[in-house]
Design a protein around this ligand. Structure first.
Ligand SMILES: Nc1ncnc2c1ncn2[C@@H]1O[C@H](COP(=O)(O)OP(=O)(O)O)[C@@H](O)[C@H]1O
Ligand SMILES: [Mg+2]
Length: 379
C-alpha cells in the first residue's frame, strides 16, 4: 500500500522551513510528484538562530529551551499549511520526518555530538501526526559523522547502472554524493565545504540582505588568487572522507582570519567572487576524484547562475543540470529526504549509509513522538 509522509527541514542557511508531502510505494519509490512549500522563518527568529550558531555564542539554557519550542511551533505550522494546500486531513499522513534546525554539529569532537532543535512533541501535538525526529545521533553513536543523510535518497532514486552520477547539494554547506555506475561500488558522499553560508554572510555585511541573488554581486568582482589559495590550504579540504562540517566552522571568524592575514584591504565584491570560486573549486575537487560524467545540482545554490556557470567552466567534461531534470525540483530534495528517512524508520529500515558517514553499522535512524491519543485515534 502507498503511504504518505511529510518531510521537514531547515538547513544550515536557516532561511526557512522546507516541507514536502511525499507518497511512497511499498518499494520505497516515489508514487507521485511531491507537493512542497518553503515557509521563511520570521526575521527575528532567523536572526536569533544565526546568532546561536556562532562558535562563540554564549547561549543561556532557557534561551535554548525557548528556541526549541519556537522552532517546533514553526515546523508544526508549516505542516498544517502544507496539509491545507494538499486538502488532506492529518489522518491521511503516516508520519512526519522532522530534521529540525541544527544549531551545532561537532562530529570530530572527543565525544562527537550534534544538536538539532524544534521539539517534535510540539509538532506531533500541533498536527495530530506521529513524528520521527533526531535522525543524526544514532549514526554518530555508531561512529559516523551523522551526516550527510540525504545520499540514501539520492541512491534510491537516481543510482543508475553503467553511469556514474554525482549529486551536488548547494545549501549553506555543499555536499557531493557519488553514485557509482558499477553496482559493486559503494555510494560515497561528504561535505566539500562552504556553499551559501559565507556568500550570505559577506553579502549581509556589505549589502544588507542575505542573498546575492543569482550571484550578481559576485560577478562584479574578481577572485583574489592569494586569498583563494590561502583558504584552500585549510586542512578541512585535504582531509579524507568521511567528513562533515557546518557554519560553526565556516563562519565569520574563519573568513575574518583569512581576510586579516591579507596584507591590504580587498574590495568587498572581490571577496564575494573569491568565496564563489572557493565553492566552485572545492566542489570540483570532490567530483574530479570520481568517474562522474553527470552531475545534478540541488539546494538553494542551484538558483545561483554565477555558481552554476563557474562549475560548468571548471568541469567542462561533466554535464551539469538541476535535479529538476531527474524529476525532483532542486529546492525539494532535502525535505523529500527527511520524508524518505521517516518512511525508512517506520518500515524498520536503516537510514544511514555507512560508506558515507563512516558508521560501523547501518542503523534505523530517529525516535518516534506520538500525538495526543484523542488526535491519533478519534474512535
Ligand atoms: N536566486 C538565488 N541566487 C543566489 N543564491 C540563492 C538563490 N536562491 C537561493 N539562494 C541561496 O540558497 C540558500 C538557501 O538554500 P538551502 O538549500 O535552503 O540551504 P540550507 O539547506 O542550508 O537551508 C539561501 O540562503 C541563498 O544563499
Ligand atoms: Mg534552507
Amino acid at each position: 500500500m502507498n503511504e504518505r509522509f511529510v518531510g521537514l527541514i531547515s538547513g544550515t542557511s536557516a532561511d526557512g522551513i522546507d516541507a514536502a508531502l511525499v507518497t511512497f510505494d511499498p518499494d520505497g519509490r516515489l508514487a507521485e510528484a511531491p507537493l512542497t512549500l518553503t515557509l521563511p522563518y520570521p526575521t527575528a527568529l532567523r536572526r536569533s538562530l544565526i546568532q546561536c550558531m556562532r562558535r562563540d555564542a554564549a547561549l543561556p539554557l532557557d534561551r535554548l529551551g525557548q528556541l526549541d519550542q519556537q522552532v517546533g511551533l514553526a515546523f508544526s505550522a508549516a505542516t498544517l499549511t502544507l496539509l491545507e494546500e494538499a486538502k488532506l486531513s492529518p489522518s491521511a499522513i503516516h508520519a512526519i520526518g522532522s530534521h529540525g534546525q541544527t544549531l551545532f554539529h561537532a562530529p570530530d569532537a572527543g565525544l562527537p555530538h550534534t544538536l538539532q532543535i524544534g521539539d517534535p512533541n510540539q509538532i506531533a501535538a500541533g498536527t495530530g501526526i506521529p513524528v520521527v525526529a533526531d535522525f543524526r545521533r544514532a549514526d554518530m553513536v555508531a561512529g559516523g559523522q551523522g551526516a550527510p543523510l540525504a545520499p540514501g535518497l539520492h541512491a534510491a532514486l537516481w543510482r543508475c547502472s553503467g553511469i556514474t552520477r554525482a549529486v551536488i547539494n548547494l545549501g549553506g554547506i555543499a555536499n557531493v554524493t557519488t553514485l557509482p555506475g558499477d553496482p559493486g561500488q559503494a555510494v560515497t558522499a561528504y561535505d566539500s565545504g562552504p556553499a551559501n553560508c559565507l556568500l550570505d554572510l559577506w553579502h549581509s555585511r556589505h549589502r544588507g540582505g542575505p542573498v546575492d541573488t543569482d550571484g550578481e554581486w559576485a560577478r562584479t568582482g574578481k577572485p583574489v588568487a592569494s586569498l583563494l589559495s590561502a583558504m584552500l590550504a585549510d586542512s578541512y579540504f585535504s582531509r579524507p572522507a568521511p567528513k562533515s562540517t557546518g557554519r560553526e566552522y565556516f563562519d565569520g571568524q574563519w573568513l575574518d582570519s583569512h581576510l586579516g592575514a591579507h596584507l591590504s584591504p580587498l574590495p568587498p565584491e572581490d571577496v564575494q567572487a573569491t568565496l564563489l570560486a572557493l565553492t566552485i573549486e572545492t566542489v570540483a575537487q570532490a567530483i574530479e576524484t570520481t568517474a562522474a560524467k553527470e552531475a545534478y545540482v540541488c539546494g538553494g545554490g542551484a538558483h545561483n547562475s554565477a555558481l552554476l556557470q563557474g562549475l560548468r567552466m571548471r568541469m567542462p567534461g561533466v554535464s551539469i543540470a538541476a535535479t529538476d531534470t531527474l524529476g525532483l525540483p532542486a529546492d525539494d530534495v532535502e525535505a523529500v529526504a527527511f520524508a524518505w528517512l521517516a518512511m525508512r524508520h517506520t518500515r524498520q529500515q536503516a537510514g544511514n549509509l555507512p560508506s558515507v558517514t563512516g558508521a560501523r553499522y547501518a542503523a534505523i535512524l530517529g525516535g518516534r513522538y506520538l500525538p495526543p491519543i484523542s488526535a491519533s485515534d478519534p474512535g
